[in-house]
Design a protein. Structure first.
Length: 119
């Protein structure tokens, strides 16, 4: 059983959100903080990035981040979940260990906090 059960969010219609088109100006993102996962689609779907912080700010920055955008031709998707500030580092460390993102900075040296994956 995971330490933390997350509610991974999708876009309207219960479809995965595309990083390039998700409406980051929506009030939903006003004070949203937590963790997020960016991945690309077929032919070989893979996790591109796992991050944390103010979701709107982070995803806005990733739309122009060359390290992430190099996978845009395979379509970039994103999902996010609210996580308490004190748990973010541990959740991100767990997700990065499990999902092995293609892009990423050094992960916090903290104890992993296991959680459910969005898939």
């Amino acid at each position: 059983m995971p330490d933390t059960q997350l509610n991974w969010l999708k876009c309207q219609g219960e479809v995965w959100c595309k990083l390039s088109t998700v409406n980051l100006s929506h009030p939903h993102f006003e004070i949203m903080t937590g963790v997020y996962i960016i991945w690309h689609g077929p032919p070989s779907p893979a996790t591109v990035y796992v991050g944390q912080g103010k979701i709107r700010d982070q995803l806005t920055a990733h739309r122009t981040d060359a390290r992430i955008q190099r996978y845009a031709d395979m379509v970039l998707y994103v999902t996010w979940a609210t996580v308490p500030q004190q748990s973010m580092d541990g959740v991100v460390a767990y997700l990065a260990e499990r999902l092995r993102p293609k892009v990423g900075d050094a992960r916090p040296n903290v104890s992993n906090i296991s959680t459910n994956l969005p898939w």
